[in-house]
Design a protein around this ligand. Structure first.
Ligand SMILES: NC(=O)c1ccc[n+]([C@@H]2O[C@H](COP(=O)([O-])OP(=O)(O)OC[C@H]3O[C@@H](n4cnc5c(N)ncnc54)[C@H](OP(=O)(O)O)[C@@H]3O)[C@@H](O)[C@H]2O)c1
Length: 317
């Protein structure tokens, strides 16, 4: 029987968890094996993980009993929630609490909670620089993750708080890629002014998490931020111009304009970008590139990510 330690990975068929699952699977001589959690063990992605050597088990964040079963006997757990599937901060908090409780119940040695800053520390609810959303948040999908920190610490779960960054994959899947303007020129629209936007290939977050697990207790009780680069909007547009072989302009709109775009989550994202813009030094400072690269030596820069993925960015002819 293998004496390797089990890492149970929530969201293993998705972006962050998938990156972690593949990082463990690809390191055949590493200290861990992966237990991939999925709601559907028969999906193509679940089968692909099983074929690559993962233990695949059924679990649903909305079913705490299934999490307890899936975490049992594991050394470590990767905990992530899926805000954009339901747009509910309350559900995100409830799901995070269920993971923290299951981790406690299983006596987990190391949990990683994929999280963000509590933006209300910088912009209290009474501060009208940006609107309060849903009654008690500035950036709901950040603040609710930060609200969940107390669930892990309160139960005494040995936890690393992993501050993630903007996925460059959003240019492919999230409708944030360059759009053609009335003049026919492609434009990357972001409300970042001339400030830096820490970003990362979603897959690389998992690689960083793997580095954290490998370094044992070093990061337990600590907050670790990761990014593959800190490009400005103008620098991203210049990189896109090179990668797509066509001019891409940076269209720096105001956060107010972004909030009014009307797509689901536009106000949340408008506030999020404003937070990153207005508190650039703190936000970038919390995502040290050297530390992230030491955790994941394969960490890609924006240009490297574009070289691999630029052709997948949907661009209207
Ligand atoms: N977009 C960004 O720029 C960005 C940046 C940083 C952080 N984030 C955060 O990343 C989080 C999402 O992570 P991700 O991008 O890795 O997700 P993802 O790629 O959408 O993956 C979601 C996976 O999670 C599983 N899942 C969904 N609901 C579940 C449930 N109720 N119980 C168990 N598993 C469930 C699904 O697997 P099955 O279908 O196999 O069950 C799915 O494959 C969000 O909270 C978001 O705020 C996003």
């Amino acid at each position: 029987m293998s004496d390797k330690k089990v890492i149970a990975v929530v969201g293993a068929t998705g972006a962050q968890g998938g990156g972690l699952a593949r990082a463990i699977l690809n390191d055949k001589n590493g200290p861990f094996v992966v237990r991939a959690l999925t709601r559907d063990v028969n999906s193509d992605k679940a089968r692909a993980l099983a074929a690559a050597g993962a233990e695949v088990v059924a679990a649903d964040l909305d079913d705490p009993g299934s999490l307890e079963r899936a975490f049992a006997g594991a050394h470590g757990v990767y905990c992530v929630t899926f805000f954009w599937n339901h747009f509910s901060p309350e559900k995100e908090l409830e799901n995070a609490r269920a993971m923290a409780q299951a981790a406690k119940h299983a006596g987990i040695q190391h949990a990683i909670w994929s999280t963000f800053e509590d933006t209300r520390t910088w912009v209290p609810l009474g501060d009208d620089r940006m609107p309060t959303l849903m009654g008690k948040y500035k950036v709901p999908h950040f603040d609710s993750k930060a609200d969940a920190h107390a669930a892990f610490t309160g139960l005494g779960v040995p936890t690393t708080f992993l501050l993630t960054s903007f996925y460059w994959d959003n240019l492919i899947y999230f409708g944030m890629g360059p759009k053609r303007g009335p003049d026919g020129v492609l434009a990357l629209t972001l409300p970042m002014g001339d400030k830096k936007l820490p970003g990362i290939a979603a897959e690389d977050i998992g690689g960083c998490a793997y580095g954290i697990f490998k370094r044992g207790s070093e990061f337990i009780g600590k907050t670790v931020g990761v990014a593959g680069g800190h490009p400005t909007g103008a620098q991203m547009a210049a990189s896109l111009t090179k990668a797509l072989g066509e001019e891409v302009r940076y269209n720096a709109v105001t956060p107010e304009a972004y909030r009014s775009f009307g797509f689901p989550g536009a106000e949340d994202l408008g506030n999020m970008f404003q937070f990153k813009r207005d508190f650039e030094a703190d936000y970038c400072g919390a995502r040290d590139l050297t530390l992230a690269r030491s955790l994941n030596p394969a960490l890609q820069t924006f240009d490297q990510w574009l070289a691999q993925n630029g052709s997948r960015i949907p661009v209207a002819p």
